[in-house]
Design a protein around this ligand. Structure first.
Ligand SMILES: [Zn+2]
Length: 138
């Protein structure tokens, strides 16, 4: 683990090249600031949610990529060992059986999706759509 002395972010590789500037203002900025090796996966998650929520506004909220339609619908974030999906506690409860089937860890309002070349994009879309349709607040 290496911590950049300029911006304080931590990376797996020493002297990892990254964007050192201010906090991200857009989802594109956010993804660009992450480790190169996970950016493609983050783009896949972003595209899956965006396709499901074409009318929602994309923004950064709570320092995370967020979809907003009158209120926050869903967030995700790049964590060290997984992608965190934050659809709200009701959604996590509703999808818990499916999450168990995938073997994913989850807790109140949070789902941990391990980095993988085979992300559950279908499930992520389904959760995002459910949050929109039920007015569930993330
Ligand atoms: Zn830095």
């Amino acid at each position: 683990m290496w911590k950049c002395p300029k911006c304080g972010r931590s990376f797996r590789n020493e002297n990892q090249s990254h964007y050192c500037g201010k906090a991200p203002e857009t989802i594109d900025d956010y993804i660009f600031m992450q480790d190169e090796e996970i950016r493609n996966q983050l783009h896949q998650v972003r595209d899956a949610i965006r396709d499901e929520l074409p009318n929602a506004k994309e923004k950064i909220s709570w320092s995370m990529p967020t979809w907003w339609l009158g209120h926050n619908i869903i967030h995700f974030a790049a964590q060290k060992k997984h992608i965190g999906l934050y659809p709200g506690p009701e959604a996590v409860a509703f999808f818990s059986k499916k999450l168990d089937a995938y073997g994913y860890r989850y807790s109140k309002g949070t789902i941990q999706i391990p980095y993988s070349d085979d992300l559950p994009l279908h499930l992520i879309s389904e959760i995002a759509g459910w949050c929109r349709d039920t007015g569930n607040h993330a």
